[in-house]
Ligand binder design. Structure first.
Ligand code: AVI
Length: 319
């Protein structure tokens, strides 16, 4: 098993500059990729197990039935999973693939969290000793070219993570992926579909407050990188559906007027009571929207696999 690490570390100036620019912007933002330090990744795993967070519960059986249909495509391929997290989804998928096919696969989990990659790649190797594993710690938005490509590749991007990008960025990313894809390569993309707004909003305002903790954890990550003194308890979790953009937005709302100091930035970040930091978008799509996005990125939709209620889809795309 190989693990390669392309992620910048705490203290890296490019990360500091990126975060500082986001906190200086109006309105203030923090990019959602900074949710996923070790603790944030654990919190996200907890979210996926919550009753209110419907998408994982639907995606899992859908992964099983879709793997049954696509398993032959995996033979002699490099299986690249973007945003692999704890590898639980690919594990469900691979369970449906016969051992004779699995032994011809090399699996490439790609994730920003090194701890997740190390732990989950080891667990997966124990479960499937016949399969090659090559972990990559990277931000796939910036390091798409680091993904090896000698054989036919089957890209997986589960969990609707693509929905966390703005529509423009999602198209740009898929177009970049399209550029590195060859004729025989495939992409299987998890997409959360438009549905009753009450159901969607509940999924991001769970009764146990795990999503709130996950949202506030981004301030601790900012503290690690910028040596700021954000007190997460001074901010309130806010999540609502924005109909205009068909997306859940997550924000952190300042409970009081406050100043956050950073010795590194040599400046204070000033908050008025009620001011928000925009931390995440999570877009919900229609079939038409999926097709338009694929077309704009230069990809074509081969199949859309959905659950009976059409709440979640796995979209198979080719170049
Ligand atoms: C990773 N991503 C698809 C999740 C989502 O639903 O947008 C992240 C998340 N944010 C809050 N809860 C879960």
């Amino acid at each position: 098993m190989i693990i390669e690490d392309f992620m910048p570390k705490i203290g890296d100036s490019s990360i500091r500059e990126k975060l500082a620019a986001c906190l200086r912007s109006d309105p203030k933002t923090l990019p959602s990729m900074f949710f996923y330090d070790h603790h944030g990744s654990e919190l996200y795993e907890k979210i996926t197990k919550l009753e209110e967070y419907y998408s994982s519960k639907i995606e899992i059986p859908l992964l099983r039935s879709t793997a049954q249909k696509l398993k032959q495509e995996l033979e002699e391929s490099d299986l690249v999973e973007l945003g692999s997290g704890d590898c639980s989804k690919i594990s469900v998928f691979l369970d449906e693939v016969p051992r004779e096919i699995r032994q011809t696969i090399v699996y490439y989990p790609v994730d920003v969290c090194k701890d997740s990659i190390e732990k989950s790649a080891c667990n997966l190797q124990d479960k499937y000793p016949e399969m090659g594993i090559h972990g990559i710690t990277a931000d796939f938005l910036e390091h798409i070219e680091k993904i090896p490509g000698k054989r036919k590749r089957f890209f997986c991007f589960f969990g609707s993570t693509n929905g966390n990008l703005t529509e423009e960025k999602a198209i740009e990313f898929m177009a970049d992926l399209g550029k590195v894809m060859n004729e025989n390569d495939r992409l299987l993309l998890g997409v959360d579909m438009v549905k009753d707004i009450g159901i969607i909003e509940k999924a991001y305002n769970d009764s146990q407050g795990i999503t709130a903790e996950f949202n506030k954890n981004i301030l601790k990550v900012a503290n690690d990188h910028l040596e700021t003194d954000f007190d997460p308890e001074e901010f309130e979790h806010v999540a609502f559906f924005n109909r205009e953009y068909s997306r859940i937005e997550m924000h952190l709302k300042a409970k009081t007027d406050q100043e956050v100091a950073s010795p590194i930035l040599n400046e204070k970040i000033i908050f008025k009571k009620g001011e928000m930091i925009h931390t995440e978008n999570s877009h919900k799509y229609t079939v038409d929207g999926i097709k338009k996005m694929a077309e704009a990125a230069g990809l074509s939709v081969e199949n859309i696999f959905s659950d009976d209620k059409k709440w979640f889809s796995l979209v198979e795309m080719v170049k």
